[in-house]
Design a protein around this ligand. Structure first.
Ligand code: FMN
Length: 348
């Protein structure tokens, strides 16, 4: 069994809102980060951008993630955020064309000198440590990750997270853990921890990824969507710690039921105009992989006021996890969804 390492919830746009981050921590994650947020908006004090990096007094550590292709904007944003953040994370991994066309995100992997200068200036401007998240390079012909990771480590970044794919791969193919192992090697002389990311979906793949990469931490993205209990399960299954699961000895469906209700509670507790913004997407994600999920989803989609989506899903998950039904298609849940869908929409 591999030695215990910290587990990170990957930053994910539309997923890692503050309630989901608090939930993931309760479910066993050690670190979480906000979704990536444009330095162009933050440095201009745009309210919607600042809503994306909202935090909560209980969030510890608070790690906002930023991206941008304009050095001065990134530096100013790192300076501003570092007043409240524990760590500022810089994104050099996003493959979305709307990001890369401004030479931001993973496109920066094609410009090592610019990227390194940006990191150096952000480190100078920030009052708190700075971490970086990157891909392997822009494509298989230009794998710049070893040079860039080593130079960032030399500059003194807190940690280097590597998603084992190139920009042109987007999310296709298989994450290259062997390449992450090489990043671990080049960062070792600087004592800079490397966090391996890509294709970890359960305890087995977590153990394998650690064996191959020798990384000092693991980051999980898609495997944690609609499935935040993955962190506690990995820790328990790998015998890392006596993780006191807040879901008791519930089966996987019961874990989802616990997690969904806890998410709804956290959204209520956090309140404010943005807390519930990803509620519908999360509800849909929680039904994935469960029998009857496909059939239940249209009923959830029909609910316009997404704050009302909590109850129908709660009823379905409860009945399913208690084995009163062997699918999520539970008549009471469909009825509750129909009632909720009568309500008008809710706009922020
Ligand atoms: C819906 C979605 C949104 C994402 N948004 C971000 C983001 O805001 N910042 C970031 O660094 N990576 C983002 N990513 C990439 C993930 O953080 C992660 O690097 C990638 O999904 C690979 O890990 P996985 O195989 O565990 O999913 C996103 C991925 C997904 C699926």
């Amino acid at each position: 069994m591999p030695e215990p390492v910290p587990l990170f919830l990957a930053p994910m746009a539309g997923v890692t809102d503050v309630a989901y981050r608090l939930l993931a921590k309760e479910a066993g994650a050690d670190y979480t980060a906000t979704e990536f947020t444009a330095a162009s908006g933050l440095s201009r004090k745009d309210a919607k951008s600042w809503a994306k990096v909202e935090t909560h007094p209980r969030e510890d550590p608070f790690i906002p993630q930023i991206f941008g292709g304009v050095e001065d904007e990134m530096v100013e944003t790192a300076r501003l955020l570092s007043k409240d953040a524990d760590v500022v994370d810089l994104n050099f991994g996003c493959p979305a064309p709307k990001v890369t066309k401004t030479c931001a995100g993973a496109a920066m992997m094609g410009e090592p000198d610019n990227l390194v200068r940006m990191v150096e200036r952000c480190l100078e401007a920030s009052q708190v440590p700075v971490s970086v998240k990157m891909r392997l390079g822009t494509n298989q012909e230009t794998l710049t990750v070893l040079e860039i990771a080593e130079r960032c480590a030399e500059l003194g970044v807190l940690r280097v997270c590597v998603h084992g794919r190139t920009l042109s791969q987007k999310y296709r193919g298989v994450a290259d853990w062997d390449m992450i192992a090489k990043v671990v090697e080049v960062c070792e002389p600087y004592n800079t921890p490397v966090i391996a990311n890509g294709d970890v979906i359960d305890a087995k793949s977590a153990a394998k990824c650690l064996e191959v990469t020798g990384a000092q931490g693991l980051m999980i993205g898609r495997g944690a969507i609609g499935n935040p209990c993955i962190f506690g399960r990995i820790k328990t299954e790998l015998g890392w710690e006596e993780f006191e699961a807040p879901w008791g000895d519930a089966n996987q469906a019961g874990q989802k039921h616990w997690a969904w209700n806890r998410y709804v509670e956290l959204v209520d507790e956090i309140g404010g105009p943005y807390a519930a913004r990803n509620m519908k997407q999360h509800a849909i994600s929680f039904t994935k992989g469960l029998p009857g999920g496909r059939e239940l989803r249209p009923h959830l989609h029909a609910i316009k006021d997404f704050r009302l989506i909590g109850e129908p899903l709660n009823i379905a998950l409860e009945a399913f996890s208690q084995r009163r039904h062997n699918t999520l298609i539970v008549p009471e849940a469909i009825e509750a969804a129909a009632t909720a869908s009568q309500a008008g929409g809710w706009r922020r």
